[in-house]
Design a protein around this ligand. Structure first.
Ligand code: ADP
Length: 377
């Protein structure tokens, strides 16, 4: 049985094409993270599924039943779609207690609904909140109640729009984990909108990357991280060192070394991305003849990470083969923890091949997956 499907869905606000020919199929029990920068159409897709926007093009089905289609009038109304919604601003009813909020939308009489709401709260050890009003709850508690309210009627589809973005850092992690354990028992399709790649990696069984209203990549978190389909997607996961070059004899020269460019046309312009997390720094004596030597210009300790900015030190064979002015190139590395590196240090640099990618220059969203670099010479 299918959970939630979008077929050929496009949506405009005036002249803005917010969603552009989207086809997606989500299975029951699956958690999908829609990942992309602000304005790429994630919320519009959610609002269309919920019935908060009238469909203009294409069709949407929930549990195998068409709920919205360009030629279908009227659409199935939001309350008849069995969809649970959670937004970043909680949207609890301020005049109802926690029990009242959870009871809202449950079928059956008031007493039955209240009993069910009380049971839900008791099961989660939250009975002490039952009689409180939203204003007397913390942000994290409000978000939990909003989630329980959405889950109580056992929806087929749970739609969560940036549900953790207003919570502060430590609470965000706690509420994320709790949300996942609450959702784990549900066989609903869960679609969570986020612009945070780490959150998508943590919560999604599947990540759908969006850009300018289109699907750029649709794959498992491991796959999206290891084989981003373009530079845009690679950058969602952290800083990269990016260089342009030209394919010569199947390779491209960059200030960080020559990389193989399999499958890319000879003489074509390409972009090479080296993840800052994939840069290894070592003793200069450990660098081989071809190794790149660098000088550290600044070190910023950020707790979990240390950000190291460097410039190439000498014109090795690699640097000579690269673009002119390699010495003026700034290279960034993100090292775990508090790396024992100081400004002025001279080090050997190696870029790990699995964190190095080559894409056709000006790669466009929706283009086929690029070849990943197989090795650095
Ligand atoms: P996201 O959720 O990825 O931030 P949205 O779906 O909210 O993106 O928005 C996609 C595009 O549609 C943006 O360019 C946004 O400005 C535009 N948009 C969204 N809602 C409206 C609206 N009600 N009226 C006009 N333009 C809108």
């Amino acid at each position: 049985m299918s959970g939630l499907t979008f077929e050929g869905v496009s949506h405009r606000y005036g002249s803005v094409l917010a969603v552009d020919s989207v086809d997606l199929e989500f299975r029951p029990g699956e958690t999908i993270c829609l990942l992309g920068p602000s304005g790429c159409g994630k919320s519009t897709l959610l609002r269309l599924a919920a019935g908060l926007e009238t469909i203009q093009d294409g069709s949407i089905a929930i549990g195998g039943r068409t709920v919205a289609a360009a030629g279908l009038h009227p659409q199935v109304p939001p309350e008849a779609r069995r969809v649970g919604l959670v937004f970043q601003d909680y949207a609890l009813f301020p005049h109802l207690t926690v029990t009242g909020n959870i009871r809202y939308g449950l079928p059956g009489g008031r007493a039955e609904g209240e009993e069910r709401a009380r049971r839900i709260l008791a099961d989660l050890g939250m009975s002490d909140l039952a009689g409180r009003y939203p204003h007397a709850l913390s942000g994290g508690q409000q978000q939990r109640v909003a989630l329980l309210r959405a889950l109580a009627p056992k929806p087929r589809v749970m739609l969560l729009d940036e549900p953790f973005s207003t919570l502060d850092e430590h609470l965000r992690h706690e509420v994320r984990m709790e949300t996942m354990s609450l959702l784990a028992g549900s066989d609903a399709v869960t679609v969570l909108v986020t612009h945070d790649a780490e959150e998508a990696m943590l919560l999604g069984d599947r990540i759908v990357v969006m850009r300018d209203g289109r699907i750029v990549q649709d794959a498992s978190p491991d796959e999206v991280y290891a084989h981003p389909s373009d530079l845009f997607t690679a950058r969602l996961f952290g800083p990269v060192n990016r260089y342009e070059g030209t394919v010569r004899a199947g390779s491209v020269s960059t200030p960080l070394g020559t990389v193989a460019a399999p499958g890319l046309a000879e003489s074509s312009r390409v972009e090479v991305a080296f993840r800052a997390d994939g840069i290894e720094l070592g003793d200069p004596s450990s660098a081989g003849e071809d190794g790149l030597r660098v000088q550290v210009r600044s070190v910023r300790r950020l707790g979990v990470w240390t950000l190291v900015l460097m410039t190439p030190l000498d014109r090795t064979r690699e640097a000579r083969g690269a673009a002119e002015g390699a010495e003026s190139v700034s290279i960034q590395a993100r090292m775990p923890g508090s790396a024992p590196i100081s400004s002025g240090d001279r080090l050997a640099l190696r870029a790990r091949p699995e964190h190095t990618f080559v894409f056709p220059a000006e790669s466009v969203a929706g283009a086929p997956a690029r070849e990943r670099v197989s090795r650095i010479r």
